[in-house]
Design a protein. Structure first.
Length: 247
């Protein structure tokens, strides 16, 4: 991934929304600019009104930094899509580190299977407890099975997915009223246009800050928000989640 590569029209745009992530954004961007792939790609960090050095750090490492003044993860994710030059949009989060073949695996699958509109993977926890490292991937696998059983398709997860830009545009992008499940909401709507692949071996490493020391609290937040958004159809319940950002 060189300056020459970035001058070409990229096949893939990697999009990372970020808000006050100066402690994590460096490791994230380094893992993205060092991807081993034949595909041309760009790295976009969407700075969502950070008051720390998130944007400066990302830019210094070679990422393209864009600003989204409207606060909220769905707005930041959509801003990245609007600015992206690639035909495939790959999403991860600022506290994630991608394996070196992350992009290559997703691009290869979507190229070989044009009928699929997207692909999603799971995650492992870094610097975590043995219990959380064990249960994290198992939870993703189990929840993916349940979702597929109920809907007949897979969905998208914010930490680790790629979607064709044309598909995102057809479903009119991310819905900010579905936060914090704007990723699942997108997957549900996009999944009506074609199948989504869930690859349990496609994993990124992420922080356990959402659950460490607060696993039961997190489960309560998740269940309340899921019930309000998807069952009661009451949109916009991001405030049910405590702010656990480290910076």
């Amino acid at each position: 991934y060189t300056l020459l590569t970035r001058m070409k029209k990229p096949l893939v745009s990697i999009i990372v929304p970020a808000y006050n992530e100066e402690k994590n954004i460096g490791a994230c961007v380094r893992s993205l600019i060092k991807q081993q792939t034949n595909a041309t790609y760009e790295v976009i960090v969407v700075d969502n009104n950070s008051t720390d050095r998130t944007g400066q750090i990302a830019a210094s490492l070679g990422a393209r930094v864009v600003i989204q003044k409207r606060q909220g993860r769905a707005y930041a994710r959509q801003k990245g899509a609007d600015c992206a030059r690639g035909d495939i949009l790959a999403y991860t989060e600022a506290d994630c580190v991608a394996p070196i073949d992350w992009i290559e695996n997703m691009v290869r699958f979507l190229t070989d299977h044009p009928q699929f509109i997207g692909i999603a993977g799971g995650y492992t926890f870094t610097e975590s407890t043995p219990f959380l490292r064990f249960i994290g991937p198992k939870t993703v696998t189990f929840s993916s099975f349940l979702y597929r059983w109920f809907t007949g398709n897979n969905t998208l997860r914010a930490t680790n997915f790629a979607i064709r830009k044309a598909t995102l545009q057809r479903v009119k992008g991310f819905n900010p009223r579905a936060v914090p499940f704007d990723d699942l909401d997108l997957g549900f709507r996009a999944g009506k246009l074609g199948p989504i692949r869930h690859d349990p071996h496609l994993r990124v490493a992420t922080s356990d800050r959402r659950v460490r020391g607060r696993l039961l609290v997190f489960c309560k937040e998740f269940c309340l928000s899921f019930t309000k958004i998807f069952i009661l159809k009451q949109r916009g319940h991001d405030n049910l989640y405590a702010v656990v950002r480290s910076s």
